[in-house]
Design a protein around this ligand. Structure first.
Ligand SMILES: NC(=O)c1ccc[n+]([C@@H]2O[C@H](COP(=O)([O-])OP(=O)(O)OC[C@H]3O[C@@H](n4cnc5c(N)ncnc54)[C@H](OP(=O)(O)O)[C@@H]3O)[C@@H](O)[C@H]2O)c1
Length: 289
């Protein structure tokens, strides 16, 4: 058997990072170094260089981000420092190490004004600061690292809950329904809900396939946030009304794409691993929690 790949994971106690830690730690294929913000500050170039070049990593996965979409509109310095410049510091160290640089990106790089889901071939055109900072991160990583993999995911839910957002949508719906609180959810914004555990499994498959470039890694299919919430309560066997509302009734600081559903034209050519439909992913999450 070949020796395990040395993988550094940045953002290790985030929502996605936690599932990458648990999945990769159980895999003989990898020797994982899990880095939290206490171990590395990606906005500090000297710190990034010192931590990442202290070992001969084969792969560096950057799952760290500033994900508070509405706050990004005011906190744009932080958004760009973490999501773009920070990503470049990591890519620079990867180039020095000749390591694969994996950048986790988002459906919010797209405008979202059309009915079809977005493929890897579609032109990004973000409509808020968060999306713009993440797209800039993609460009900087692609230009700086010798080898990079940009994995776009969307509307994620995972056991840890997004630390930057204080939880996840599934848990928020379950909590409100159990408390008997009224629930209103937008029914005219569409996306592809994605389970972080499935993203961890996909990353494993992509590393085994030596994949590079941009890949869309959402669970398959798409739905409105109202359909997402209804599916959660139905699978949890909770009978509770969810009032559908238009996005216009729920104004936010950042404009959201109306349809940012993702689909992949590349995955099937790279690996036999398939992302499951979003409904099955929610069922798996509810069973595992
Ligand atoms: N959440 C979503 O719905 C969503 C959708 C599409 C794409 N994504 C992408 O998926 C990835 C993971 O998101 P997530 O939901 O797991 O977010 P998360 O739970 O907020 O995790 C982000 C992690 O980044 C760390 N971090 C922030 N600033 C840092 C810095 N300067 N140096 C080092 N670490 C730093 C955070 O540490 P602290 O906890 O200590 O702050 C946190 O552990 C991100 O790239 C995000 O853009 C997320």
């Amino acid at each position: 058997m070949s020796s395990p790949q040395k993988v550094a994971l940045i953002g290790a106690n985030g929502q996605l990072g936690s599932d990458i830690v648990s999945y990769f730690s159980d895999c003989d294929r990898y020797q994982l170094t899990a880095l939290t913000r206490a171990d590395i500050d990606i906005t500090n170039p000297e710190n990034v260089h010192q931590v990442l070049t202290s070992q001969k990593f084969d792969v560096v996965i950057n799952s760290a981000a500033y994900v508070r979409v509405d706050d990004c509109e005011q906190e744009f310095n932080t958004a760009f420092n973490v999501n773009a410049i920070g990503a470049m510091h990591i890519a620079r160290a990867c180039r020095e190490l000749d390591a694969l640089c994996v950048y986790i990106s988002t459906d919010y790089v797209f405008r979202g004004d059309r009915a079809d889901p977005y493929t890897e071939a579609d032109m990004p055109d973000p409509i808020n600061i968060y999306g713009t900072s993440k797209l800039t991160g993609e460009y900087l990583v692609k230009q700086t690292a010798a080898r990079s993999l940009i994995l776009r995911i969307s509307s994620v839910f995972g056991k840890a809950g997004a630390s930057g957002k204080g939880g996840n949508f599934v848990e928020t719906m379950l909590k409100k329904a159990k408390a008997g609180d009224p629930i209103k959810v937008v029914n005219d914004i569409f996306m592809s809900p994605t389970y972080t555990y499935d993203v961890a499994r996909l990353l494993d498959a992509l590393l085994q396939a030596d994949a590079t470039g941009i890949i869309h890694g959402a669970n398959t299919g798409s739905c409105s946030w109202h359909q997402f919430a209804s599916q959660v309560l139905s699978l949890a066997q909770i009978d509770h009304p969810i009032e559908p509302i238009p996005a216009s009734a729920f104004p936010t600081k950042a404009t959201r794409p109306m349809n940012s559903a993702l689909i992949s034209d590349r995955l099937a050519d790279l690996t036999t691993f398939k992302m499951r439909p979003w409904q099955e992913a929610i069922a798996a999450y509810i069973q595992a929690r």
